[in-house]
Design a binder for this molecule. Structure first.
Ligand SMILES: [Zn+2]
Length: 258
Protein backbone atom coordinates (compact mmCIF):
# COMPACT_ATOMS: atom_id res chain seq x y z
CA UNK A 1 0.00 0.00 0.00
CA UNK A 2 1.28 3.42 -0.94
CA UNK A 3 -0.59 6.15 0.93
CA UNK A 4 -0.40 9.13 3.24
CA UNK A 5 -0.41 8.17 6.95
CA UNK A 6 -3.73 10.03 7.40
CA UNK A 7 -5.37 7.94 4.73
CA UNK A 8 -3.86 4.70 6.06
CA UNK A 9 -5.27 5.59 9.49
CA UNK A 10 -8.67 6.16 7.92
CA UNK A 11 -8.52 2.85 6.04
CA UNK A 12 -7.47 1.16 9.29
CA UNK A 13 -10.63 2.44 10.95
CA UNK A 14 -12.72 1.09 8.07
CA UNK A 15 -11.03 -2.32 8.34
CA UNK A 16 -11.69 -2.42 12.09
CA UNK A 17 -15.40 -1.92 11.40
CA UNK A 18 -15.51 -4.47 8.58
CA UNK A 19 -16.58 -8.06 9.28
CA UNK A 20 -13.17 -9.43 8.19
CA UNK A 21 -9.99 -9.58 10.30
CA UNK A 22 -7.16 -7.23 9.25
CA UNK A 23 -5.06 -10.22 8.10
CA UNK A 24 -7.73 -11.06 5.46
CA UNK A 25 -6.66 -8.03 3.42
CA UNK A 26 -3.25 -9.63 2.74
CA UNK A 27 -1.29 -6.41 3.03
CA UNK A 28 2.46 -6.89 3.49
CA UNK A 29 4.13 -3.51 3.43
CA UNK A 30 3.00 0.07 3.62
CA UNK A 31 5.09 2.79 1.97
CA UNK A 32 3.73 5.83 3.70
CA UNK A 33 4.79 9.36 3.00
CA UNK A 34 4.10 12.96 2.02
CA UNK A 35 3.32 13.99 5.60
CA UNK A 36 4.71 13.23 9.04
CA UNK A 37 4.00 9.88 10.69
CA UNK A 38 4.80 9.55 14.39
CA UNK A 39 5.84 6.23 15.98
CA UNK A 40 2.45 6.07 17.66
CA UNK A 41 0.56 6.59 14.40
CA UNK A 42 2.69 3.92 12.76
CA UNK A 43 1.98 1.41 15.54
CA UNK A 44 -1.73 2.01 15.15
CA UNK A 45 -1.63 1.65 11.34
CA UNK A 46 0.39 -1.57 11.58
CA UNK A 47 -2.03 -3.02 14.09
CA UNK A 48 -5.19 -2.09 12.19
CA UNK A 49 -3.96 -3.00 8.71
CA UNK A 50 -1.68 -5.90 9.65
CA UNK A 51 1.38 -4.79 7.66
CA UNK A 52 4.96 -3.51 8.08
CA UNK A 53 5.14 0.24 7.58
CA UNK A 54 8.07 2.35 6.38
CA UNK A 55 8.34 6.11 6.12
CA UNK A 56 9.15 7.56 2.72
CA UNK A 57 10.06 10.96 1.48
CA UNK A 58 9.77 12.78 -1.80
CA UNK A 59 8.20 15.78 -3.43
CA UNK A 60 6.60 16.56 -6.76
CA UNK A 61 9.32 19.07 -7.64
CA UNK A 62 11.94 16.31 -7.28
CA UNK A 63 10.01 13.69 -9.25
CA UNK A 64 7.60 12.40 -6.60
CA UNK A 65 8.13 9.72 -3.95
CA UNK A 66 11.45 7.86 -3.77
CA UNK A 67 13.89 10.58 -2.75
CA UNK A 68 14.53 8.73 0.50
CA UNK A 69 12.96 5.86 2.39
CA UNK A 70 13.45 3.62 5.41
CA UNK A 71 15.05 0.19 5.22
CA UNK A 72 13.81 -2.74 7.31
CA UNK A 73 15.74 -1.39 10.34
CA UNK A 74 13.82 1.90 10.28
CA UNK A 75 16.62 4.02 11.69
CA UNK A 76 16.55 6.89 9.23
CA UNK A 77 15.50 7.30 5.61
CA UNK A 78 18.21 6.22 3.15
CA UNK A 79 18.75 8.94 0.57
CA UNK A 80 18.88 7.76 -3.06
CA UNK A 81 22.26 9.49 -3.29
CA UNK A 82 22.92 8.20 -6.81
CA UNK A 83 20.02 10.42 -7.93
CA UNK A 84 19.91 13.23 -5.37
CA UNK A 85 22.53 15.31 -3.60
CA UNK A 86 21.31 16.40 -0.17
CA UNK A 87 22.60 19.36 1.84
CA UNK A 88 21.52 20.89 5.14
CA UNK A 89 21.56 24.66 5.52
CA UNK A 90 20.63 27.24 8.12
CA UNK A 91 17.28 28.61 6.94
CA UNK A 92 18.16 32.19 7.88
CA UNK A 93 21.86 32.58 7.07
CA UNK A 94 21.78 30.00 4.20
CA UNK A 95 25.17 28.72 5.44
CA UNK A 96 25.96 24.98 5.44
CA UNK A 97 25.35 23.14 8.68
CA UNK A 98 27.96 20.72 10.02
CA UNK A 99 27.26 17.01 9.29
CA UNK A 100 24.60 15.72 11.68
CA UNK A 101 23.23 19.18 12.54
CA UNK A 102 19.57 20.06 12.12
CA UNK A 103 18.53 22.51 9.41
CA UNK A 104 16.63 22.93 6.17
CA UNK A 105 17.07 20.21 3.55
CA UNK A 106 18.30 21.38 0.14
CA UNK A 107 18.31 18.89 -2.75
CA UNK A 108 19.96 18.81 -6.18
CA UNK A 109 18.84 16.21 -8.73
CA UNK A 110 21.74 14.35 -10.36
CA UNK A 111 20.02 12.19 -12.95
CA UNK A 112 16.90 14.08 -14.01
CA UNK A 113 16.78 15.34 -17.56
CA UNK A 114 14.31 17.91 -18.83
CA UNK A 115 13.60 19.42 -15.43
CA UNK A 116 16.69 19.20 -13.28
CA UNK A 117 16.55 21.05 -9.96
CA UNK A 118 19.59 22.82 -8.53
CA UNK A 119 19.86 23.32 -4.79
CA UNK A 120 16.13 23.23 -4.26
CA UNK A 121 15.02 24.48 -0.83
CA UNK A 122 12.51 21.94 0.48
CA UNK A 123 11.54 23.93 3.62
CA UNK A 124 11.68 20.59 5.46
CA UNK A 125 13.68 20.47 8.68
CA UNK A 126 15.84 17.40 9.27
CA UNK A 127 19.45 16.25 9.65
CA UNK A 128 21.62 13.80 7.70
CA UNK A 129 23.52 10.91 9.21
CA UNK A 130 26.53 9.72 7.16
CA UNK A 131 27.37 6.77 9.47
CA UNK A 132 27.00 3.35 7.79
CA UNK A 133 23.69 1.60 8.47
CA UNK A 134 23.54 -1.87 10.04
CA UNK A 135 21.46 -3.04 7.04
CA UNK A 136 24.56 -2.81 4.81
CA UNK A 137 23.34 0.01 2.60
CA UNK A 138 25.88 2.82 2.25
CA UNK A 139 23.56 5.68 1.37
CA UNK A 140 23.28 8.47 3.94
CA UNK A 141 20.17 8.56 6.08
CA UNK A 142 18.00 11.54 6.87
CA UNK A 143 15.93 11.79 10.03
CA UNK A 144 12.18 11.88 9.77
CA UNK A 145 11.17 15.41 8.83
CA UNK A 146 10.75 17.28 12.11
CA UNK A 147 8.58 19.96 10.63
CA UNK A 148 8.50 22.56 7.90
CA UNK A 149 9.98 26.00 8.13
CA UNK A 150 6.56 27.28 7.04
CA UNK A 151 4.28 25.18 9.27
CA UNK A 152 6.17 25.88 12.42
CA UNK A 153 3.77 27.87 14.55
CA UNK A 154 5.20 30.63 16.68
CA UNK A 155 2.89 31.02 19.66
CA UNK A 156 3.78 33.58 22.29
CA UNK A 157 7.34 33.39 20.97
CA UNK A 158 7.53 29.61 21.41
CA UNK A 159 8.28 27.42 18.37
CA UNK A 160 5.61 24.74 18.06
CA UNK A 161 5.60 21.91 15.54
CA UNK A 162 2.30 20.05 15.01
CA UNK A 163 4.32 16.80 15.15
CA UNK A 164 5.12 17.47 18.85
CA UNK A 165 1.43 17.79 19.66
CA UNK A 166 0.64 14.70 17.62
CA UNK A 167 3.12 12.54 19.50
CA UNK A 168 1.52 13.56 22.80
CA UNK A 169 -2.02 12.86 21.60
CA UNK A 170 -1.46 9.55 19.87
CA UNK A 171 0.17 8.09 22.98
CA UNK A 172 -2.81 8.93 25.19
CA UNK A 173 -5.67 6.76 26.31
CA UNK A 174 -9.26 7.57 25.26
CA UNK A 175 -8.34 9.85 22.36
CA UNK A 176 -7.72 8.96 18.72
CA UNK A 177 -5.13 10.28 16.28
CA UNK A 178 -7.49 12.92 14.86
CA UNK A 179 -7.02 16.48 16.04
CA UNK A 180 -7.17 20.10 15.00
CA UNK A 181 -5.11 23.08 16.11
CA UNK A 182 -6.78 26.46 16.28
CA UNK A 183 -4.65 29.54 16.83
CA UNK A 184 -6.36 32.78 17.82
CA UNK A 185 -5.39 36.19 19.05
CA UNK A 186 -7.07 37.30 22.25
CA UNK A 187 -6.25 40.70 23.73
CA UNK A 188 -3.17 40.77 21.47
CA UNK A 189 -1.96 37.44 22.87
CA UNK A 190 -1.76 34.20 20.91
CA UNK A 191 -3.84 31.29 22.16
CA UNK A 192 -3.67 27.69 21.02
CA UNK A 193 -6.69 25.43 21.16
CA UNK A 194 -6.09 21.71 20.68
CA UNK A 195 -9.28 19.99 19.64
CA UNK A 196 -8.96 16.23 19.89
CA UNK A 197 -11.40 13.48 19.09
CA UNK A 198 -12.42 10.88 21.65
CA UNK A 199 -12.22 7.32 20.40
CA UNK A 200 -14.86 6.12 22.80
CA UNK A 201 -18.32 7.71 22.98
CA UNK A 202 -19.03 6.15 26.39
CA UNK A 203 -16.75 8.65 28.03
CA UNK A 204 -19.27 11.36 27.14
CA UNK A 205 -21.57 9.99 29.86
CA UNK A 206 -19.28 11.09 32.66
CA UNK A 207 -18.31 14.71 33.08
CA UNK A 208 -15.71 13.78 35.69
CA UNK A 209 -13.89 11.38 33.40
CA UNK A 210 -13.93 13.86 30.52
CA UNK A 211 -12.40 16.47 32.73
CA UNK A 212 -9.69 14.06 33.88
CA UNK A 213 -8.73 13.25 30.27
CA UNK A 214 -8.72 16.95 29.40
CA UNK A 215 -6.42 17.77 32.32
CA UNK A 216 -4.04 14.95 31.49
CA UNK A 217 -3.67 16.12 27.87
CA UNK A 218 -3.24 19.71 28.99
CA UNK A 219 -0.46 18.80 31.43
CA UNK A 220 1.39 16.58 28.97
CA UNK A 221 1.23 19.28 26.29
CA UNK A 222 2.50 21.83 28.75
CA UNK A 223 5.53 19.74 29.65
CA UNK A 224 6.35 19.01 25.97
CA UNK A 225 5.67 22.46 24.50
CA UNK A 226 6.26 24.68 27.51
CA UNK A 227 3.03 26.42 26.64
CA UNK A 228 -0.50 26.78 27.99
CA UNK A 229 -3.11 25.31 25.64
CA UNK A 230 -6.87 25.06 25.73
CA UNK A 231 -7.85 21.43 25.26
CA UNK A 232 -11.31 20.57 23.93
CA UNK A 233 -12.62 17.08 23.39
CA UNK A 234 -14.74 16.29 20.34
CA UNK A 235 -17.18 13.44 19.82
CA UNK A 236 -15.90 10.31 18.06
CA UNK A 237 -15.78 10.72 14.24
CA UNK A 238 -16.71 14.41 14.38
CA UNK A 239 -13.49 15.87 12.98
CA UNK A 240 -12.76 15.97 9.28
CA UNK A 241 -10.93 13.00 7.68
CA UNK A 242 -8.39 13.64 4.96
CA UNK A 243 -7.62 11.58 1.86
CA UNK A 244 -4.48 13.52 1.01
CA UNK A 245 -2.35 15.60 3.31
CA UNK A 246 -4.18 16.50 6.48
CA UNK A 247 -4.98 20.16 7.07
CA UNK A 248 -5.00 20.35 10.83
CA UNK A 249 -4.02 23.92 11.53
CA UNK A 250 -6.53 26.75 11.58
CA UNK A 251 -4.68 30.02 12.12
CA UNK A 252 -7.23 32.74 12.84
CA UNK A 253 -4.78 35.34 14.09
CA UNK A 254 -5.43 37.64 11.16
CA UNK A 255 -9.21 37.42 11.55
CA UNK A 256 -11.05 40.05 13.60
CA UNK A 257 -11.31 39.08 17.32
CA UNK A 258 -14.48 37.32 18.42
ZN1 LIG B 1 19.54 0.75 6.46
Amino acid sequence: MVATPSYALYLGEMVKESPYPSSAYKLRIGLLGSEGCTEEMRTQIEKNLHMFVTDNYGMTELGGPGVSGECELRCGLHFAEDHFLPEIIDQDTLEHKAPGEVGELVVTTLSREGMPVLRYRTKDITRINYEPCACGRTHARMDKVMGRTDDMLIIKGVNVFPSQIESVLVGMEHVGPHYQLIVRKKNFLDTLEVKVELNNGELLQSYGELEAVQHKIHDRLKSVLGLETKVTLAEPKSLERFQGKAKRILDLRNEPEE
